[in-house]
Design a protein. Sequence first.
Lengths: 188, 188
Amino acid sequence: MARPREFDLGTALDEAIGVFREQGFAASSAADLSRAMGIGRQSLYGAFGDKWGLYLAAVKRDVTQDTEDHLLALSTGPRAIDGLEILLARVRAKAAQACLGLCAVCEFGRSRAELTAILAAAERRFLAVLAARLREAQQEGSAGPEIDVKEAAAFLAATINAVRVAARSGAGAAQLQALAELALRALR
Amino acid sequence: MARPREFDLGTALDEAIGVFREQGFAASSAADLSRAMGIGRQSLYGAFGDKWGLYLAAVKRDVTQDTEDHLLALSTGPRAIDGLEILLARVRAKAAQACLGLCAVCEFGRSRAELTAILAAAERRFLAVLAARLREAQQEGSAGPEIDVKEAAAFLAATINAVRVAARSGAGAAQLQALAELALRALR
DNA sequence: AGGATTATTGACCAATCGTTCCAGAAATAC
DNA sequence: GTATTTCTGGAACGATTGGTCAATAATCCT
């Protein structure tokens, strides 16, 4: 060990996340990033290898935090159905801010294996808990007994994306709420 | 008038659409575009002004064609509900190919007025017909009488985006079908 | 205190970016 | 057929790109 890093990796990554969210990967220059992160370019390359490495780290951090938030919301409230509603409410409340994971999917699809792996891991984790919650909701009687919980979990995850896309294209809070309510209606 | 253009604007635009679909705006270079379109760079700038102008023209063409396809699907089948199902089936069938309108929203949000106007116009047109169809479906009895048709139309439009995002992130045909079925379930 | 090691800084690199200029070719108008 | 207009391809533009190098500064370990 020698001279320690002067900046905090996490907070620097958070700034990078902000840049990537607003401009995407391709349109974010190394100069933009180093300026926003408050560090020199060489420090950036030293810490993250290259721009793609920084992007992967940013996506991983953002998507992990996002998933954690989702899981926390899901476990809130007395009944499982409350958790689902709180989850969607939280997504709506934060929808004004672009989602890096969603932007990454749109920008790259499945063309980059490392990126796909990061996104897939987070989604698996989310879907598993979501399906479990849905099964609970079924046992409570707040979700129809005939629905396939795995399919319903995928549907809700897709609904989250739908809400975010709608918000990014200008939908207001009321429209987002109507969207979420209709989606939950499908589970009854 | 003097020498006429040697290439067809529409087919050249279609090639540009393909490039923008796969790479987005920022990552598509003028060289990429002129190569794919089969024309010289100067011809490209002569016909479309600059890269942004070409992008706007490409988005407009793609989104207009897409909307036209949607409206055609909606008017198919004996009952209104058939049209809705056919619409979603068509979206699923074509979901392997990225949607330029959706990518544009993710890449730029509402930050470019000209782009926003193009997307908003197409969406208005689509939502109006969709809402009308939903009202018919209500009168048929295939959609619940208590639902707000405008909200439901926005929900279905959002569902189309959800299906496309899911496909771009790797979902198979069966998962897309389950998604669409659950969405339609919300209208019952 | 001193040597080893690593972060930081700023200059620097080739390559590519979007865009324009130029010269030649081609097609219509008269 | 000539004049005029516009298209076309290639060369060229300055600016910016992602990424590197060498020198300096700062810390840890002994």
